[in-house]
Design a binder for this molecule. Structure first.
Ligand code: ZN
Ligand code: ZN
Ligand code: ZN
Length: 341
């Protein structure tokens, strides 16, 4: 199969994330040197076999066996040969190529759901926001409420401040209170559930300093400005943009004017280099237009994030408005917002 330029770029954009996903999986596999005990909701089974298979891309040999990972919370399960883990970790590729198994594809979305990758990603994002509150995107505020005292994590025993923080999205006016223990659970255990005791254990009704609950990930995502819908939309948009390697024809009602520049800017989230230019998007039927830097679409496509942070451009894409601009062929009532530089 020949890959178009747009696809190969999209593929490149995914590489870093696929490698991270591969390393997360590998960390749970003692057979491959992993040293992390799988969290409470994961059942990991390795089935190594006597014999190796060779990666036809790089010549590395891996055990010819396979593994199975099951998420007890969402009942999802994935089976993969070891060569697939090699493809993710070494090549950042969802396709694997082995002398025994031939060519195959990893269901990356399923693997992400099995490993609670979204929880992990959001936990990391919030940790970064707490560490650099001066870099908060304009749509977010964070109020910290540290307390005198710590609680133990029921999963690993680590002690975490018993306080919480409140994160608020000033665009959609949604707000959420997040205990530090919950953030610890997201980052360390990829788990939206958190408890200062072992989950499933009964707790004395009168006991103080007991914290437990489950974070509403949907709410949190909407507060932070990230969603899967953003990613799909961003990928579609990127496919129209030559500056991002896209080669798809644009829909008839859209004019795209690209201002590709000689120079790159760096995405602060993943480190990828993106053309520092901008593009204009105009709806022929309504005359409405929007100017956005390429890094904004990269951020949507690669991170599902309406908030973009490049070394040159920073801002927030009004996704609902952009969506209407791209989709609809009848007048848009709302004003067109230019993203500030
Ligand atoms: Zn290889
Ligand atoms: Zn823990
Ligand atoms: Zn990025």
């Amino acid at each position: 199969m020949l890959e178009g330029e747009g696809q190969s770029h999209g593929h490149h954009a995914g590489e870093i994330e696929l490698k991270k996903l591969g390393h997360l999986l590998l960390s749970y596999l003692p057979g491959l040197g992993g040293r992390i005990k799988p969290p409470r909701y994961l059942e990991v089974e390795e089935r190594p076999m006597r014999g190796v298979e060779t990666c036809t891309l790089c010549g590395a040999t891996v055990n010819m066996g396979e593994l199975s990972v099951r998420n007890l919370d969402n009942e999802l399960q994935i089976e993969l040969p070891y060569i697939a883990v090699h493809a993710l970790v070494t090549h950042g590729d969802r396709g694997f190529h082995g002398t025994l198994r031939g060519d195959g594809q990893i269901d990356v979305d399923l693997l992400k759901d099995v490993l609670n990758y979204e929880e992990y990603r959001i936990g990391r994002l919030m940790t970064a926001l707490l560490a650099h509150t001066s870099l908060l995107p304009e749509h977010l505020t964070i109020e910290e409420h540290m307390m005198r005292g710590v609680v133990p994590c029921g999963e690993c025993g680590d002690h975490v401040n018993m306080g919480y923080f409140v994160v608020t999205n000033t665009h959609n006016e949604r707000s959420m209170q997040v205990p530090y223990l919950a953030l610890h659970g997201l980052v360390e255990h990829k788990d939206a559930n958190y408890a200062s005791h072992e989950l499933g254990d009964s707790v004395d009704a009168g006991a103080d300093e007991v914290i437990d609950g489950r974070l509403d990930m949907e709410l949190l995502r909407s507060i932070l400005g990230q969603s899967r819908a953003h990613a799909e939309f961003g990928q579609r948009l990127a496919s129209y943009l030559e500056g991002l390697g896209g080669s798809e024809p644009t829909p008839r009602h859209l004019d795209v004017v690209e201002h590709v520049q000689r120079g790159l800017e760096t995405c602060a989230v993943c480190g990828e280099s993106i053309n520092m230019g901008t593009f204009e998007l105009r709806n022929r039927h309504t005359g409405h237009e929007m100017v956005l830097p390429y890094v904004a679409v990269h951020s949507l496509a690669a991170h599902g994030d309406a908030y973009f942070r490049g070394s040159l451009h920073r801002g927030w894409v009004d996704v609902p408005l952009l969506n209407r601009l791209v989709k609809r062929t009848w007048p848009i009532v709302q004003r067109v917002r230019r993203t500030r530089r």
